[in-house]
Structure formats: C-alpha cells, structure tokens
Design a protein around this ligand. Structure first.
Ligand SMILES: Nc1ncnc2c1ncn2[C@@H]1O[C@H](COP(=O)(O)OP(=O)(O)O)[C@@H](O)[C@H]1O
Ligand SMILES: [Mg+2]
Length: 343
C-alpha cells in the first residue's frame, strides 16, 4: 500500500483542456471514490494515475516517488475496468497468472498467489474455465483477482460494477468493501453511482468539468456541501432548492435567513408535514409514489417550482391537496448568488 499525491494536474487532448488543475492527497490504505457527471474527467484522472495516459503538466507521486516518467507496468498499480478486459482464450487461472508470468515470478509463487486470491474471491471452482463460461459477476471477480495477485501498492477501479445487474451490484459492492478491509490497500474507485460512493468511500472526491468541487467523507459531503453543485449531486432524490426571492413559496418568518443568502436548500427526507403556523413551505401535491417504506410526494410551489418530499407512509395526503411542510432548522442549507454555501 502507498500514498498518492496529485499536484497541479492538467490534461489536454489536442487543444482541449479537460482537467484544469487538480490537487489531491490520498493517504496510505484509504478508499477514495471519484464521483461526478459523465464526461467530468473521472476516467482520465484514474488513467493518468495508472500511467495509461500522459499528463500535460503537474506531478503524480506514488509512495513518495514522482512517477510522471514511470511506465504503467512499473508504477505498482493494478486497474480493474468496467469491461473486465479478460483474455478470452485463456482460462481463469491463466488470466490471473499472466501478469506474474510476464514479470518472471517463480511458478510456485504464482500458484500460491492465484490460489490465495481465488480463496478470497470464492472462485476456486472456476480456475479452469474460460471467461465465456462465466457470468458477468464471476468475470468481474476474475478481473479483481488478477489485480490482487500482483500485490499492487494501489488498486484502481473504473466503474467496475456498472455492467452487473442490480442485485449482483449490491453483493459485489459489499465484497469490495470487505476486500479493502482485508487487504488494507489504497484504493481509488470511479463511479457515477452515489450509493457506491456513499457506502464505499473513506473520502469522496466530487468532480465537475475537470475540477474538484469538494473532497470529504460521505457524511461531510451530505451534511455540509460547499456549494450548490455538491449539494445537488450528493443525495437521492436530490436536494430541493428554493429561491428566497419567491416570497410566496417560502414562509421566511419561520427561517433565520443570513444576509447574503439567495437560495435555501432542504433534502426530501428532511421535509415533514406541519401546521400552517410552523410551515416553511406550502405546495400542491401533483403526484405521489408509494415505495412501500415511504411516500415520494411531488409538489408544486405557488411559483410553479417542483419540490420532492419523502414522507411517512402513514401521511394522510392525497393528490391535489395543498399541504404545509416544515423541516428541522438544523437541516437548512443556504447558498449565495455565487452558489456557495453560507452559514
Ligand atoms: N482520448 C480522448 N481524446 C479526446 N478527448 C477525450 C479522450 N478521452 C476523454 N476525452 C474527453 O475528456 C473528458 C473527460 O472524459 P472522461 O475522463 O472519460 O470522463 P468520465 O470518466 O468522468 O465520464 C470528456 O470531455 C471526454 O470527451
Ligand atoms: Mg469514465
């Protein structure tokens, strides 16, 4: 395991700059997740750490050594891709041992490492099969196994679960979390799935258009997003944002609004049905989804803004009702006109 440090990283493809100066310190053994919308630069950043992509400027250090000029095979990193990237004509055993064979690792050592990794991943029974004789989930385990046998300093994952069905995704996610504990390895994991980000990460890095918007623990990002982008990106359904200038939408007398605030945000799960006197908001119910454990209630404010409230399953509400909503003051998020959070 190792630390990883990115300093002032820029990347251009031809004349188009896609990474605009990224600084990031990753500690030994940390599980880091890169999240952000499609095209924001997650894979590019990961591939630059792996050495699969040149950087345009800046420095990358792994284990306190600048690796800008070090080729991928010698960086001590192993990458797992969404597409698995297994050799179709090789058995599972051959796929997992290939890298070690190339590195001229002794046969006995190869055998031991492959068997140990197969134990961890519970794929011992498939070692003689070809990739096409495996399910998607089994293939992805082989790809992870191929990374483990190399005993890398850093594991890199690029959306490894995206090709799996929902149930398998959850199961494999939990296995990756266990694997991280077991190996105490440094892991950098790219996903656009926020549940994966929230559940796996020690630290989440929120990327947007080639810059870092915020770095923090999942709870920090959820509770104290630095700006509107992070506030709306973390959490599902996303945070409701209301313009404080729309005095008809918000009962401002029930909120202590900082001078420089122009928007207020509240998460759907923090809204509660209230009396008119205590209300901070009111709206007409347009649609209700019953998800068994709770109701997702879609409301329109008087200015026409759509708000989503996650309400108790026993709430006595119906479509077309005009209802009053409130929230605990500690769950209020304010933003200024530059979209930065204000206290
Ligand atoms: N080989 C390439 N040539 C030119 N542009 C690229 C190349 N790879 C990625 N890009 C561009 O770089 C940006 C970041 O891409 P990428 O890192 O793949 O995003 P993400 O993984 O977050 O979806 C995108 O605008 C993409 O079009
Ligand atoms: Mg990508």
């Amino acid at each position: 395991m190792a630390n990883v440090k990115l300093t002032n990283i820029y990347k251009s493809y031809d004349k188009t700059e896609v990474i605009h100066g990224v600084d990031l310190s990753i500690n030994n053994g940390e599980f880091i997740v890169f999240v952000g919308p499609s095209g924001c630069g997650k894979s590019t950043l990961l591939r630059m750490i792996a050495g699969l992509e040149d950087i345009s400027s800046g420095t990358i250090e792994i284990d306190n050594e600048v690796v800008n000029e070090v080729i991928a095979a010698e960086r001590g990193v192993a990458m797992v891709f969404q597409s698995y990237a297994l050799y179709p004509h090789m058995t599972v055993y051959e796929n997992m041992s290939f890298g070690l064979k190339m590195a001229k690792t002794p046969i006995d050592e190869i055998k031991k490492r492959v068997e140990d990794a197969a134990d961890v991943l519970q794929i011992n029974d498939y070692l003689e099969r070809l990739p096409k004789q495996l399910s998607g989930g089994q293939r992805q385990r082989v790809a992870i196994g191929r990374a483990i046998v190399r005993k890398p300093k850093v594991f890199l994952f690029d959306e490894p679960l995206s090709n799996l069905d929902a149930a398998l995704r959850v199961q494999t996610r939990i296995e990756i979390a266990k694997l991280h504990k077991q190996l105490s390895a440094t892991m950098i994991y790219v996903t656009h799935d926020q549940v994966e980000a929230m559940t796996l990460a020690d630290k989440i890095v929120v990327l947007n258009n080639g810059i870092i918007e915020q770095v923090g623990s999942p709870v920090e990002l959820y509770n104290t997003p630095r700006n509107l982008f992070v506030a709306e990106f973390i959490g599902s359904p996303k945070m409701n944002i209301l313009n404080l200038q729309n005095q008809n939408d918000i009962f401002t007398h029930n909120l202590q609004i900082p001078n420089n605030a122009s928007m207020v945000g509240v998460r759907p799960e923090h809204l509660i049905v209230s009396s008119e006197k205590e209300a901070k908001f009111h709206g007409d119910i347009r649609h209700i989804e019953n998800l068994g454990e709770h109701l997702l209630c879609y409301l329109n404010s008087s200015s026409g803004k759509e708000i989503i409230a996650k309400l108790d399953i026993n709430s006595n509400i119906n479509v077309n009702d005009n209802i009053y909503l409130s929230w605990d003051i500690s769950h209020t998020h304010f933003f200024n006109s530059k979209e930065n959070a204000v206290a």
